[in-house]
Design a protein around this ligand. Structure first.
Ligand code: AMP
Length: 134
């Protein structure tokens, strides 16, 4: 199996804006965010399809995702109503959950133009979400 871009992030071969990490899971900012704070949550083990994950990893991913989503919800409390969740997987063959602050369904439309933030802004966004989790 070819190593996915997300496995390269897990192994530190590619940089990412990390939000939270534990032994099994990693959360980092999507580099082409639909909304400020758009976060991806992945299992460290490479597996294309979310529903083909081993049960224990799947459950750990859900537990971890909940923790990240609650922090993200605090991060975006003044700007967005909810945290939308999406599983798409058409681009990267490594199971991942999108967590996206939203006010309406258009905010989670993957056909919309992506936002751009500077490197410093991305670092600050990731750090601030992390602070809201812990
Ligand atoms: P999909 O597989 O369709 O769910 O889309 C993959 C998502 O991963 C897209 O939203 C991309 O912007 C995002 N993405 C791709 N490469 C990276 C990367 N190196 N770091 C962070 N996000 C990425």
């Amino acid at each position: 199996m070819e190593k996915s871009i997300f496995s390269k992030i897990v192994d530190g071969e590619i940089n990412s804006y990390k939000v939270l990490e534990n032994e099994y899971c990693l959360a980092f900012l999507d580099i082409f965010p639909l909304q400020k704070g758009h976060t991806l949550v992945i299992p460290k083990t490479q597996c294309d399809n979310l529903f083909e994950l081993e049960d224990s990893i799947y459950l750990e991913l859900m537990r971890f995702t909940k923790k990240v989503a609650l922090g993200l919800s605090k991060f975006s409390a003044n700007t967005h109503k909810r945290i939308g969740q999406a599983v798409v997987g058409l681009e990267v063959p490594h199971a991942h959950i999108h967590l996206i602050p939203i006010n309406n369904v258009q905010d989670i439309n993957f056909s919309e133009k992506k936002l751009q933030f500077s490197e410093d802004e991305m670092k600050e966004i990731a750090a601030e979400i992390n602070r809201q989790i812990i």
